[in-house]
Design a protein around this ligand. Structure first.
Ligand code: YSA
Length: 241
């Protein structure tokens, strides 16, 4: 009997491709914790307690707390709902100009359907420097999509709201000629308040940031109709890769 050879899961293939493309575009890779504090996941991103925007991210809260080294007060812990907390962690320790990506697992306490999972993957991007604007963002993601899919895609930017950007947009993607758009990422220009709180002069430095759904990119690339298939363990799917 012929032995079966091991192979990568489609999400691993996509993750590796994405890292390769962004690296070639000059972005460095940063990684951060999947268990986050309320501070990094929300407050430092201009989403204080009781802010209605917290409802955008249904959260898995942990029972245990962590002692803040400075205040000695117990801080709430959660499973990060997005990769954006790493923007703050990175900017605490690095001065602009810089361009980074943060790939990783994210978690949301929400009902699953064909395009939503409770555990999925995001890729955060952050580019801060002098004279960076939204056109730079649009140009660079169009280049990324072209590299990733090996052909040009259509995108549309819709005005949207995230407390840590101004202006904010959501980006939808589709194949040329197709009717249906799939929302692929949230993005925008980093909010001056976020930069200011981190000691970065927002009159001198501006930046764009984005968070894209890696699973959704894989769905489009391979024509997979339901995100839950990635996590089903069904060999009929994974053996095709
Ligand atoms: C916005 C502005 C920035 O400056 C930086 C990042 C962002 C994105 C923000 N942090 C965020 O999480 N936005 S989002 O809730 O719209 O999610 C971003 C993308 O993750 C979505 O467009 C989608 O592709 C994917 N996503 C979200 N929830 C998901 C999901 N994919 C699978 N299952 C889910 N439950």
């Amino acid at each position: 009997m012929e032995e079966k050879r091991g192979h990568y899961h489609p999400l691993s293939i996509v993750g590796r491709d994405i890292i390769r493309i962004w690296s070639a575009l000059g972005f460095e890779i940063a990684t951060g914790p999947e268990i986050e504090t309320e501070h990094y996941n929300f407050d430092a991103l201009n989403i204080p307690d009781n802010h209605p925007a917290r409802d955008l991210w249904d959260t898995f809260w942990l029972k245990s707390k962590i002692k803040n080294q400075k205040t000695k007060i117990g801080e709430n812990l959660l499973l990060r709902t997005h990769t954006s907390p790493m923007q703050v962690r990175y900017m605490e320790n690095n001065k602009p100009p810089f361009a980074i990506i943060v790939p990783g697992k994210t978690f949301r306490y929400e009902a699953t359907d064909a395009t939503h999972e409770a555990q999925f993957h995001q890729l955060e991007g952050l580019m801060v420097g002098e004279n960076i604007n939204l056109s730079n963002f649009k140009a660079i993601i169009l280049k990324f999509f072209e590299e990733f899919f090996g052909e040009k895609k259509e995108i549309r930017l819709r005005p949207s709201y995230f407390p840590f950007v101004e202006p904010g947009v959501e980006v939808d993607l589709r194949n040329p000629g197709e009717k249906k758009w799939l929302e692929i990422m949230g993005a925008g220009m980093v909010h001056p308040k976020v930069l200011e709180d981190l000691g970065i002069n927002h009159n001198k430095f501006q930046g764009f940031a984005f968070g894209m759904g890696l699973d959704r990119l894989a769905m489009i690339k391979y024509g997979i109709p339901d995100i839950r298939l990635f996590y089903s363990g069904d060999l009929r799917l994974v053996d095709q890769f």
